[in-house]
Ligand binder design. Structure first.
Ligand SMILES: [Zn+2]
Length: 148
């Protein structure tokens, strides 16, 4: 068992604690670091899981990236892609819904594409979620090439 962040070998207890709380294999140090990120930003565990799954897929994601106005759950700066994980989508208020759209519009104006992914997609279909994001990255990369 190795840490998904630093590749350090981890023991049974470290592994268990990380898996029980975050669902990702991490060493003690990285479990602590990620828990701090969660506390500071109210990050969902699904965002953490997707972040490490994207890392594993060879993407260079950033967790809780500050875009100048707010924190984005996951950003892939090379193709200017912002990923927001939506938790409790069935409980979304109408204010939240229109705020989300407005934020998406603002980031789009700055050249960023925002996609919102329900946390249940990450929870139940992590591999498919990653596959689709890789497809989106590929599409964005082609578009960037066409423009420049
Ligand atoms: Zn580590």
């Amino acid at each position: 068992m190795t840490c998904k962040d630093c590749n350090k070998a981890i023991g049974y207890l470290e592994h268990k604690e990380a898996m029980d709380s975050l669902g990702v294999e991490l060493c003690k140090r990285h479990t602590k670091l990620i828990k701090k990120v969660i506390l500071d930003n109210n990050t969902s565990v699904e965002a953490v899981q997707l972040f490490y799954a994207l890392k594993k897929a060879g993407v260079n994601p950033m967790l809780e990236w500050w875009d100048g106005k707010r924190f984005v759950d996951i950003a892939i700066s090379r193709v200017k892609l912002n990923i927001e994980i939506d938790v409790d989508t069935e409980l979304i208020t109408h204010e939240q819904a229109i705020n989300d759209l407005e934020q998406a519009m603002h980031s789009f104006k700055n050249g960023f594409t925002t996609i919102r992914i329900p946390s249940v997609a990450v929870k139940y279909y992590l591999n498919d979620t990653v596959k689709n994001i890789l497809g989106i990255i590929d599409g964005l990369r082609k578009n960037i090439k066409v423009i420049s």
